[in-house]
Ligand binder design. Sequence first.
Ligand code: ATP
Length: 588
Amino acid sequence: MADQPTPPPSQSETPAANPAAGAAGGERGEGGEVGEAPSKKALKKAEAKAKKEAEKARRATEHQASQAAAKAAAGNTEDLAKDNYGDATPQTKIVAELVSLKSVGDEHLGKTIRARGWVQNSRMQGAKMAFVELREERNWAIQGVVAASPEGRPVSRQMVKWIGNINLESFVMVEARVEKPLEPVKSVRVSNYELHIAKCYVIAPGPEVLGMGLVVANKAVTNFDDEDAGQDVVEEIRKGVEATGLDNVPSASMATHLNNPAMHKRAPVQQAIADVRMATRKLFAEYLDSKGFNQFEPPGLIGAASEGGANVFVMPYFEKSACLAQSPQIYKQIEIAGGRKRVYCIGPVFRAENSNTPRHMTEFTGLDLEMEIEDSYHEVRDMLEAVLLHIFRGLAERCADQIALIRTVYPSEEFLLPGDGKEVRLTFAEGQALLRAEGPEEFRNVSDEEDMSTPQEKALGAIIRKKYHTDFYVLDKFPEGARPFYAIEDPENPKVTNPFDFFMRGQEILSGGQRIHVPTTLEARIRKKGIDPSSPGIKEYVDVFRSAGVPPHGGGGIGLDRVVAWYLNLPSVHLTSYYPRTPKRLLP
Ligand code: ATP
């Protein structure tokens, strides 16, 4: 406290209180003899002198302090707060409780805490005060206030100026007192508290100019031109965003987002999407675990194309070549052949398709299951329906916060679910009939023998939403030509197969069905599809069913990226994937 005015010396410390000292000016006291006590008059005089001295000392200290403050105010003097801010070094320490911004509460009021976060915004308020917004995960941000102290510390004007000019998105550590703001701070989520900053150190500085600012990163991506999304999709999302009346900060294209991965991922909306994604995975596994499924791990590297050679990435593999698995299907079936009744796996699936659409990537995450069937493929269909309903209900409950945040950027109507026992299951032919009867003009003549196009699927989704009040439904009995060789034909109508597709908001998210488990039937159908049953990969597949009696079974593969995207009504799966791989993008 050296710069505090020195208090006047107390009575006991004054020279007058020490008779011997008081007499030091002469060995004789006035009018007294040596060795005698000083006279009353002398004592009074000494006392007055001491008082005068003390007053003089007090004034001098006051003067020094006001000079220091004035110099600090002029900004050209020793910075008394210099140790309280700057770039952090390995020695920099703040000895106070570390509190995460989202947990700041009444219990911290008036207390000094330590906090870490990114500077998402800052502004000077005159020369003596600055406001900085600190953000932690997602949108957990709080307002920090830093005001110069009259005596130049703990906060000096230089410190205020320095903090007010920290580059945005720098990572900082502060010591601050938690206070209630005069009124809630609307611009931040932790609006009922503010941090009165006494120390601030930059742990990792942001650049002078960000490749993409946070405000822009958190805007809806409406420009997929560079990703080749269809113009209809681009228009659709643009209209949706306009309807919310969001401010007109320009949004960045998908490519700009993906070229600025750190800022893309810092956007609260992206973190909320990532949370929904991980919750979806967990809900899938959790439900199947509770139904007696065993998780297993299929290989990613395989020796031959698992589905007959199409759409497979081939690469050198020592003296041979290898493929990236386009589906874990054969391995799920081997697990069933290997004596497991129910299995599931979660992992990457690779497709060498040059499809530049908002639905496709060259690598996506598959949620796959396979199970024994007792009587009918309906057992598999019902299980898949149940796990997806569990996911949808679970997301609404566990991710309500994230979903609300996402909707502020990507507006969407509630994802409608069928009531209990009211699941919508139509045959492919019934779906086409609906399209012909109630769909747009151009679909008046759709045929039961040809697979549906994406616009047809979307139009059917809209009809079903209106008619059955659900965004989730099943189509089965697809034309034989639209299904792979392992799909079981309908015993009553060989023109169609039993397998099914599931849809969300009119877009396919799952394919599944019963598989052929009798090797002779399998071989015959492989031939019917024009594939050689002895070709690499196919032979090994059929051999599994020859090697041991395999019970009837079926399963399905769900595209995680699509489930998340269509549940949230996002314009593209590229927004739900952590690192989208497309024909045009392999980096970062
Ligand atoms: P599509 O016809 O839409 O290309 P598909 O019929 O090839 O899909 P399947 O092989 O049946 O798809 O795969 C099962 C699920 O995996 C699909 O319903 C979808 O959710 C997901 N999926 C398939 N291909 C892709 C892809 N390229 N990118 C993202 N997800 C995909």
